[in-house]
Design a protein around this ligand. Structure first.
Ligand SMILES: C[S@@+](CC[C@H](N)C(=O)[O-])C[C@H]1O[C@@H](n2cnc3c(N)ncnc32)[C@H](O)[C@@H]1O
Length: 390
C-alpha cells in the first residue's frame, strides 16, 4: 500500500491515457462551473486539477500519503493553488469546512475490492455530499470468467520433490490459496464473463460481494482458474474496462483452481465467489464445482484466508469476544501521545521516554527514532492536530 506514496506509481497512472482521459472527460461533464468538489484519494492531484479545468470554484483534495507534497507542487505550477485546498490525512478522519456538489475518486482495484472504495465513498457521501450531489465513478462491476492459462499456472508451482529430495506440497497448498496478478489473453477465456459484484455510487447500502455463477464450456479445454477484471461507468457513456490484457494501470486478477481440470464441451463450471474487504486487504473465498455428463468431476474450496499463514493470535484478536490487554509498548505509545500536548518538541518527548522507560531506551537517539515512527503512524490515523507547515 505504501507504493501509493511513490512518484513512479503515480506516473504509471498518469501515463495511462485511457484511464486518465476517461476521468478528464467525465469530470468535465459532471462538474459544473462554480461547483465545490471533493477529490477523495487525490494522489498527484490530477482529478482535482481536472475539476478546476471544468470550472470548479473550490476543490478539497484529500490524500493520506506524502505524495500530497508533490501534488501541491504540481498544482502550484499549474496556477490552481488558489482553488485547490489539500488535506493530508485519511478520508475517514478529515473534516471539510463545507458540503460539496461532487465527489470524484479513483480507488478502483483490479478486481474492484481492495482500496475500500465502497466504504470510503459511502462514508464521504454521508458526511460531505449535498443532497442532490453527484459521485464519480457511477458504478463499477467485477467481471470474471473461467480461463485456460497453463503458463501462468505453472509459474505458481513449487519444485517437484525429485529436484532436491524435499516435499514442498505444504507450500503448494498455501500458494494455490492465493490470488495472483497477471496479464491474460482474451482468447484463453473459456466462457463469456459474468458479473460477480457491482458497486453503485447512488446506493447507500453496503452491497455484498458474494455471488454464485454458472458457466457452460463449449470446447475441449483445461481449466486453470478464473480471471477477474472490472468495468467502470465513470459517467453515462464513458467507461473504463480492464478486460484481458488490462490497461497499464491495472492488470487482471487470477484465481487458480487447486488442480487443473480437463473439460469436455458441455461441461458446467459453478463458481461461488465471496470477497470481504478488511483494513489489511481483501479476503477472497472461491469454491469451484465442475459438472460433466457423469456428474461432479472436481470440487475445490479455496480462500486467501487459508493461504495467508495467519497466526492463531491474529484470528483471536479479530474476534469481538477478545479482551485486549495493553503491552509495555502500548504503554509507551500512550505516553508519547499524552506528552504530545503542544508544549514539548520531539527531543523533549524522547528525553522523557528515556527517563520513564530506561530499559527500553538506552540512548536518547533510540527514543527519538521511536517517537518519530510512532507519531508518524498516529498522524496518518488523524491522532495529531495538523497545523499548516511552518
Ligand atoms: C489509485 S490512486 C489515484 C490517485 C489519483 N486520484 C489519480 O486518479 O491519479 C489512489 C490514491 O488514494 C489514496 N488513498 C487511498 N485510501 C485513502 C484514504 N483512506 N484516505 C486518503 N487517501 C487515500 C492513495 O494514497 C492513492 O494516492
Amino acid at each position: 500500500m505504501e507504493s501509493y506514496s511513490s512518484i513512479q506509481f503515480h506516473r504509471t497512472l498518469l501515463t495511462d491515457a485511457v484511464r486518465t482521459r476517461a476521468y478528464q472527460k467525465s469530470i468535465a461533464r459532471v462538474v459544473s462551473p462554480g461547483n465545490v468538489v471533493l477529490d477523495l484519494g487525490s494522489g498527484s492531484g490530477v482529478l482535482a486539477m481536472f475539476a478546476c479545468q471544468a470550472g470548479a470554484a473550490r476543490v478539497y483534495a484529500v490524500e493520506r500519503t506524502d505524495v500530497i507534497l508533490a501534488a501541491q507542487r504540481l498544482v502550484q505550477a499549474n496556477g490552481m493553488a488558489d482553488r485547490i485546498q489539500f488535506l493530508h490525512g485519511d478520508a475517514e478522519v478529515v473534516r471539510l469546512p463545507e458540503k460539496v456538489d461532487v465527489i470524484v475518486s479513483e480507488l478502483i482495484s483490479k478486481a474492484v475490492l481492495g482500496q475500500r472504495m465502497g466504504p470510503l465513498l459511502r462514508a464521504a457521501k454521508k458526511r460531505f455530499l449535498k443532497p442532490r450531489g453527484k459521485v464519480l465513478p457511477q458504478s463499477v462491476e467485477l467481471c470474471i470468467a473461467p480461463i485456460e492459462a497453463s503458463e501462468k499456472y505453472s509459474l505458481l508451482e513449487f519444485p517437484p520433490s525429485a529436484a532436491y529430495g524435499i516435499d514442498f506440497s505444504g507450500l503448494r497448498d498455501l500458494a494455490f490459496n492465493n490470488t495472483e496478478s497477471g496479464r491474460f489473453r482474451a482468447r484463453n477465456l473459456l466462457a463469456p464473463p459474468q458479473t460477480a459484484y457491482r458497486f453503485e455510487a447512488q446506493e447507500s447500502k453496503r452491497p455484498v460481494a458474494k455471488r454464485r455463477l454458472s458457466f457452460v464450456i463449449r470446447r475441449k479445454a483445461v481449466l486453470h482458474g478464473f480471471c477477474a477484471w472490472f468495468s467502470a461507468i465513470l459517467y453515462p457513456g464513458i467507461t473504463v474496462n480492464t478486460a484481458p490484457p488490462g490497461l497499464p494501470s491495472w492488470d487482471n486478477l487470477f484465481f487458480p483452481v487447486l488442480r487443473p481440470v480437463e473439460l469436455a464441451p458441455g461441461t458446467t463450471i459453478e463458481l461461488d465467489l465471496k470477497g470481504t474487504e478488511t483494513p489489511d486487504g481483501v479476503i477472497w473465498h472461491w469454491e469451484t464445482v465442475v459438472k460433466g455428463p457423469r456428474g461432479i468431476s472436481s470440487r475445490y474450496t479455496q480462500s486467501t484466508f487459508s493461504g495467508s499463514s495467519i497466526s492463531r493470535q491474529t484470528v483471536a484478536r479479530n474476534s469481538l469476544k477478545y479482551k485486549p490487554l495493553r503491552s509495555r509498548w502500548g504503554e509507551i505509545e500512550q505516553s508519547i501521545l499524552r506528552l504530545s500536548d503542544g508544549t514539548r518538541n520531539l527531543r523533549e518527548i524522547a528525553s522523557q521516554l528515556c527517563l520513564r522507560y530506561g530499559k527500553e531506551f538506552q540512548s536518547q537517539r533510540s527514543a527519538e527514532t521511536a517517537v518519530r515512527g510512532i507519531l508518524n503512524d498516529l498522524a496518518i490515523k488523524g491522532a495529531l492536530d495538523t497545523k499548516p507547515d511552518p
